[in-house]
Design a protein around this ligand. Structure first.
Ligand code: SAM
Length: 266
């Protein structure tokens, strides 16, 4: 669970835009989900150690490098939408000549450290265009927790910022059909439980297709279910072997907790 979900959980029955005991403002609007002071530092800690850190370093980063590497080039450009603290922006910077990262959160952008071929902008491109188009747009860990309207507005903005036949590369961090996704949905139904969003490959494909994209490739990953905050060391040790076994015995994509989608602007 990311910072947004963990904080939202505590205030499920409270009005939107309230404030947590730690002073972090809460809202059901995903645009302000990471706006509180300290959000960037908090987000970066997710990737310091444990399940998400191991998944990122051993599985997801190499996958993003290979995917962006195949689409990039020194004369190609990439926009990292909802770039946050620059996790994906930095990978894109290795693969594209020029990268622009956009996010609405200053505390997130303030924690981004990027190379010279990257420009970062605090801007909401769903309401204000950047005035340039790109060969590719990345959007990671965004669609799961954005509400329906923001998802559509974001896709429209992304499409408008893409060159003809440009690429959208995005991911889903909680596949609804994975064991953890199924468990999350069941637990979410309990009245005292936290709300955890999930989205299946079919659901994201439908959203992207309706938004004017053609799905070219879906890559499942993250076959080791995350056992909450438990056993971080075990996760670190098992993530890679489980991924290798899942791929060699061809475990269906629906069981993977995450997936990466490459889609083309129609
Ligand atoms: C979970 S973070 C993901 C950060 C980064 N993409 C990554 O994968 O590490 C989600 C980000 O979406 C940003 N966001 C939400 N609505 C946005 C919008 N309309 N335009 C740009 N960024 C937005 C938030 O501020 C937050 O930084």
């Amino acid at each position: 669970m990311d910072w947004y979900n963990s904080k939202r959980t505590q205030f499920r029955h409270r009005p939107a835009a309230t404030t947590s005991s730690s002073g972090l403002p809460m809202s059901d609007d995903y645009r302000v989900s990471h706006a509180a002071p300290g959000a960037g530092e908090h987000y970066n800690k997710t990737y310091d150690a444990g399940y998400y850190a191991a998944l990122w370093i051993k599985i997801e980063k190499p996958l993003v490098e290979a995917t962006l590497g195949a689409l990039g080039g020194p004369h190609k450009t990439c926009l990292d939408f909802a770039c946050g603290t620059g996790r994906i922006t930095n990978v894109a910077a290795e693969c594209f000549g020029k990268v622009v990262g956009v996010d609405v959160s200053l505390p997130m952008l303030a924690c981004a450290s990027v190379p010279n071929n990257v420009q970062l902008h605090r801007i909401d491109i769903t309401s204000e265009a950047l005035g340039e188009t790109f060969d590719a747009v990345t959007a990671f860990r965004f669609f799961l927790n954005a509400d329906e309207r923001l998802r559509k507005e974001a896709l429209q903005a992304i499409r408008e910022h893409l060159n003809e036949a440009g690429w959208l590369i995005c991911n889903m961090q909680m596949n609804a059909t994975s064991p953890f996704g199924i468990a999350s949905r069941m637990v979410s139904r309990l009245p005292w439980s936290q709300v955890r969003n999930t989205m299946s490959i079919d659901e994201l494909s439908t959203l992207l297709t309706a938004g004017g994209f053609a799905i070219e490739k879906v890559t499942p990953y993250g076959y080791l279910p995350r056992p909450g905050r438990l056993l971080p060391k075990l996760c670190e040790a098992w993530i890679e072997p489980v991924e290798r076994i899942a791929s060699s015995i061809k475990i269906p994509a629906r069981f993977a907790q995450q997936f990466l989608v490459v889609a083309k602007k129609r």
